[in-house]
Design a protein around this ligand. Structure first.
Ligand code: NAD
Ligand code: 0WE
Length: 260
């Protein structure tokens, strides 16, 4: 009997079988959860629907998190089909590609607002709609990165967005704590996904991160998935407002692999 047996959960941000959301989906399905997904646009529907079917999804609907009307429609469908919700996993980020290289200071107002809107505010927008469907025991989870708390070369505006996302995690935990709903984040080490493939020199970053990690390797989508199961399940019932690192120990080190 899986630890998520009888629970219904949304996994937002599945793009393909390399997505962190896919690692989370497989782990949650293995543990007995009933799952629902969104997709961004018709191009991704072709990829997302077959994956969703593999894990027996009962909801697969479009939602662009930059559009309040699409968000309302999506959560209305969830309410009509499921009535209640036990957990939500937010695995969504976006910034203009040109912002992930060169100088942070070159970001325009629109670049800044877009990155913060899609990568940070969208978690708040999901939380306010999901909370209405949750009973005490509900749990929400988002995906962050070390660039929230350290200056990582080229991560730039996304680091500012992740800082806002992590602070939002704490304030949502404060708001929803009295309703018995927990809110946490995973800070994952670098993983080769669609969002990472657009990034120049990602191979270098992966190599450096493996060398600097205590485990001398990088983490996988499946490892993030297993940690996600813990954070959305009753096993973590005493944990909220937490940023849980799944980074093979990179962040406890000096970040400089030195001469070893
Ligand atoms: P991914 O490309 O597979 O997932 C990103 C998702 O965001 C996609 O499904 C995309 O459709 C969705 N998205 C973007 N804009 C959207 C919008 N307007 N509306 C709805 N959905 C939108 O890449 P991933 O690496 O799995 O990223 C998932 C999360 O994990 C992100 O928050 C990312 O910052 C975080 N993260 C990634 C890494 C990494 O190295 N890959 C490390 C730590 C954290
Ligand atoms: O959060 C991320 C990536 C987020 C991301 C990626 C892209 C690429 C394609 C957001 N927006 C876009 N926009 C695009 O057009 N990560 C944690 C992975 C990542 O990205 C980096 C990293 C790491 C790690 C960019 C620079 C430096 C390090």
């Amino acid at each position: 009997m899986g630890v998520l047996e009888g629970k219904k959960g949304l996994i937002l941000g599945l793009a393909n079988n390399k997505s962190i959301a896919w690692g989370v989906a497989k782990a949650c399905h293995r543990e007995g959860a009933q799952l629902g997904f969104n997709y961004l646009g018709e191009a991704l529907e072709k990829r997302v629907r077959p994956l969703a079917e593999q894990v027996g999804a009962t909801i697969v609907e479009p939602m662009d998190v930059s559009d309040d009307a699409q968000m309302d429609d999506f959560f209305e469908k969830v309410e009509n089909q499921w009535g209640t919700l036990d957990f939500l996993v937010h695995s969504i980020a976006f910034a203009n590609k040109e912002c992930l290289k060169g100088k942070f200071r070159d970001a325009s107002r629109d670049d800044f607002l877009l990155a913060l809107d899609i990568s940070a505010y969208s978690f708040v927008a999901c939380a306010q709609r999901a909370a209405r469907l949750m009973k005490p025991g509900g749990a929400m989870l988002t995906m962050s990165y070390l660039g929230a708390v350290r200056a990582v070369p080229n991560y730039n505006i996304m680091g500012v967005a992740k800082a806002a996302l992590e602070a939002s995690t704490r304030y949502l935990a404060q708001d929803l704590g009295s309703e018995g709903i927990r809110v946490n984040a995973i800070s994952a080490g670098p993983i080769r996904t669609l969002a990472a493939s657009g990034v120049g020199d990602f191979r270098k970053l992966m190599e450096k991160s493996a060398r600097g990690a205590m485990l001398k390797r990088n983490v996988t989508q499946d490892e993030v998935g297993n940690a996600a199961v813990y954070l959305v399940s009753d096993w973590s019932s005493g944990v909220t407002g937490e940023i849980h690192y799944v980074d093979a120990g990179f962040s406890i080190g000096a970040g400089d692999p030195g001469t070893d």
